[in-house]
Ligand binder design. Sequence first.
Ligand code: SAM
Length: 242
Amino acid sequence: MATPIGNLNDITERAKTTLTEVDMIACEDTRHTGKLLHHLGIQNKLIAVHDHNERDKIDWIASCLEKGQSIALVSDAGTPLISDPGYPLVSGLRERGMKVQPVPGVSAIITALSGAGLPTDRFTFEGFLAHKSGAKRERLETLIQETRTMVFYESKHRILDTLKVMAEVFGADRKASVARELTKTFETYYSGNLAEITEEISADHQQQKGEFVVMITGNPEPDSAGAVDSEKLFKLLLKELP
Ligand code: SAM
């Protein structure tokens, strides 16, 4: 179930009822979720389920559910499984034929897109890129022909490097939007092309703080030669198949 990404009032009535009524809450960080519960005036049992122990906990959680217990899964912010823990658990429970009910709410990707003013009829979520510039560039190069709006998550440690590499790969004049600190006091949108946005964020150290969603419009003129190449490649690969 989803929890806020900044503004603690961004939580649904259904989420509050769920947090109150379940037998326990599986969360990434018990201190972090403890603070949210304290803010909401809710007391409940917290168990830590994060990237490092999630797979080991699946059987135990499944056995609790089989006994009729109810468990809410939350991450530190936003929607679990969206660049957050939860995938092994939810897929493991589904494979066991167990019931999993989403309790929808905030996610940074949809929040960012809804305020950016870029095309949202079709988009692709790319999550976090690799930390190292070389691997990052390689991943971005696979998206050069992408015509849909592309959405990336990025941290304050890498935002400038990432924007610079994006401008090199997609072109400095590609239209984009960067959303920083959504739903928080210093919420800011930077709009323009990749060069303008990079310059604006580079110019002020304060603008490099916080959490970021980077949105880039798709390629307005995809290279038809690229499409022919992939067709050729596909045919070559088919020949190799037994
Ligand atoms: N599960 C979350 C969701 O549903 O959006 C995402 C968690 S992921 C570990 C954290 C990343 O999400 C941040 O590095 C940032 O890219 C993005 N993010 C989360 N909260 C944000 C906010 N308030 N403003 C901008 N970006 C945010």
